[in-house]
Design a protein around this ligand. Structure first.
Ligand code: NDP
Length: 294
């Protein structure tokens, strides 16, 4: 069994991007710049945004953090998005979700110019991805593709089973794994809460991608011998032995499943760090104006 080291691959990507920043500087080009909008003070959102900004600074990107109180109106927020859309110095824009109930997240996502939508959530980017055109691929699916590619995992002709059909992970992952490309060319089954006989489905998987948000959901009896298992889940479980009082675990029961796998991602240290690297990668693409050449 090979443990897929997301920390290591994410570090590789950051180093590659840092080199690219140095080359851009040498040539007097424009340094990539990411803007993040944060509404309110949800501790998890604060931590995510703080890390995103810190990641940018570490590799030499510019970054702007715009903060609003929870009572910001939808109009005010959309006006800020429009202002950033027009600002040529800012290449990529993300609005941290979730937003307060009085703001429609779709309205905000749809207002971000697709050329700056480095989260890859705008329908134009989702549609381009589905058609196999250059697009910003959402950071988590991007990260998973990178792990498969950098570990040289064969995907053509394999049966990939994705559990979960969210807009940000399961659905894009199923599209990407079935596209005519590498990684891809899989026969894909997508499972969700209405799927019957889940273990029968998952046992067919050469590549199993779990993105459901249920700690330890995938057990050894659900996995074929020699499968590649990608665990996207991040779940808190009580753990009195830790200072925080909790531990982070995936959607896969790692201890028992690992023994049966050819490759597996741990939690933490698998897909999570790759998601952070994905945003940096997309921001570089945005600065280089690579996606919308066509
Ligand atoms: P969502 O809650 O948006 O979607 C969960 C999906 O799983 C839904 O499609 C749901 O089905 C399905 N599901 C839930 N419970 C079951 C079940 N018991 N049996 C079958 N299907 C089930 O979650 P996300 O996609 O946003 O996230 C999934 C997990 O991945 C979470 O733990 C999240 O924290 C983690 N995550 C990790 C990231 C990383 O960087 N590593 C990034 C993003 C997410 P239905 O559609 O029928 O409701």
């Amino acid at each position: 069994m090979t443990l897929i080291d997301g920390n290591h691959i994410a570090q590789q990507i950051r180093e590659e991007l840092t080199e690219q920043v140095a080359t851009i500087k040498e040539k007097g080009g424009k340094i990539p710049h990411l803007a993040a909008i944060l509404v309110g003070n949800n501790p998890a959102s604060e931590a995510y945004v703080r890390n995103k900004v810190k990641d940018c600074e570490k590799i030499g990107y510019g970054s702007t953090l715009v903060r609003f109180d929870t009572d910001v109106t939808e109009e005010e927020l959309l006006a800020k998005v429009e202002e950033i859309n027009q600002n040529d110095d800012i290449d990529g824009l993300i609005v941290q979700l979730p937003l307060p109930d009085h703001i429609a997240p779709e309205k905000v996502t749809f207002t971000i110019r697709p050329e700056k939508d480095v989260d890859g959530f705008h329908p134009t980017n989702v549609g381009r991805m589905a058609k196999g055109l250059p697009a910003y691929i959402a950071a988590t699916p991007f990260g998973i593709l990178q792990l498969l590619e950098r570990y040289k995992i064969e995907t053509a002709g394999k049966h990939c089973v994705v559990i979960g059909r969210s807009d940000i992970v399961g659905t894009p992952m199923s599209i990407l794994m079935s596209r005519k490309a590498y990684p891809g060319n899989c026969t894909v089954t997508i499972c969700h809460s209405r799927t019957k006989n889940m273990p029968d489905m998952t046992r067919q998987a050469d590549i199993l991608i779990a993105a459901i948000g249920q700690a330890g959901f995938v057990t050894a009896d659900m996995v074929k011998e020699g499968a590649v298992v990608i665990d996207v889940g991040i779940n808190r479980v009580d753990d009195a032995s830790r200072k925080s009082g909790y531990a982070l675990v995936g959607d896969v029961n790692f201890e028992e499943v690992a023994e049966k796998c050819s490759f597996i991602t741990p939690v933490p240290g698998g897909v999570g760090p790759m998601t952070r690297a994905g945003l940096l990668y997309n921001t570089m693409l945005a600065a280089k104006k690579k996606i919308y050449e066509f």
